[in-house]
Design a protein around this ligand. Structure first.
Ligand SMILES: Cc1cc2nc3c(=O)[nH]c(=O)nc-3n(C[C@H](O)[C@H](O)[C@H](O)COP(=O)(O)O)c2cc1C
Length: 164
C-alpha cells in the first residue's frame, strides 16, 4: 500500500509533523509539500494523509490556499487529516484549517480515517475541526504544547494503522 503524506507549512512546523508521522508509520509512505507537488502525482495514491496549519483568520495555509482542489481526486480514497494551530493565540478558531480540509474531503466523497481524536488536554474556545465533540484528525500545537507532540503522533498513528 502506497501512502502520500501531504503538508502545507509556512514556517516548518507542519512539515516537521508530516515527517514524524512518516517515521512513526513505518510503512511505504512518501511525503509531499502541497506547494510543489502536482495533482497528477497525488492522484496515483489511494491513501492520503493531509495536513495543514491554520493562518490568518482561521484559514488554510497559503500553499493549500493556492492549490486547485478541483484537480484532486478523493472519491472513495482513504484520507486522514492532521492540523496545526495555536490554541492560546487563536483559541476561537483553533486548527480551523483542518476543518476546511475535512469539508473538502467530505464533499469529494473520501473515506475518512483517523477521526474522533479527543479534545481532552487542549484548551480552546472553538474549532471548525471539531465534529460531534472530537477533532476530525490529529490536532497539534507546537506553539504551546510541543512537549506533547511526539506522544500525540504515536497514539494517533497507532489508531490509524489499525484502520489501514
Ligand atoms: C499570523 C498568524 C495567524 C495564525 N492564525 C491561526 C488561526 O487562525 N488558528 C490557529 O489555530 N492557529 C493560527 N496560527 C498558528 C499557526 O497555525 C501555528 O503557529 C502553526 O504551528 C504554524 O505551522 P507552519 O509553520 O507549518 O505553518 C497563526 C499564526 C500566525 C503567525
Amino acid at each position: 500500500m502506497a501512502i502520500a503524506i501531504v503538508y502545507g507549512s509556512s514556517g516548518g512546523n507542519t512539515e516537521g509533523v508530516a515527517k514524524k508521522i512518516q517515521a512513526t508509520l513505518g510503512m511505504d509512505a512518501k511525503v509531499f509539500d502541497i506547494g510543489s507537488v502536482d495533482a497528477a502525482t497525488l492522484n496515483t495514491f489511494d491513501t492520503l494523509i493531509l495536513g495543514t496549519s491554520t493562518w490568518y483568520d482561521g484559514e488554510l495555509q497559503d500553499d493549500w490556499e493556492s492549490f486547485n482542489m478541483d484537480t484532486l481526486e478523493l472519491k472513495g480514497k482513504r484520507v486522514a487529516l492532521f492540523g496545526l494551530g495555536d490554541q492560546e493565540g487563536y483559541g476561537h478558531e483553533f486548527c480551523n484549517g483542518m476543518g476546511i480540509l475535512h469539508a473538502v474531503c467530505v464533499d469529494k466523497g473520501a473515506v475518512l480515517l483517523g477521526e474522533g481524536w479527543p479534545v481532552d488536554g487542549y484548551d480552546f474556545e472553538a474549532s471548525d475541526a471539531v465534529k460531534n465533540g472530537a477533532f476530525v484528525g490529529l490536532a497539534i500545537d507546537e506553539d504551546n504544547q510541543d512537549d506533547l507532540t511526539d506522544q500525540r503522533i504515536d497514539a494517533w498513528v497507532e489508531g490509524l494503522k489499525a484502520q489501514l
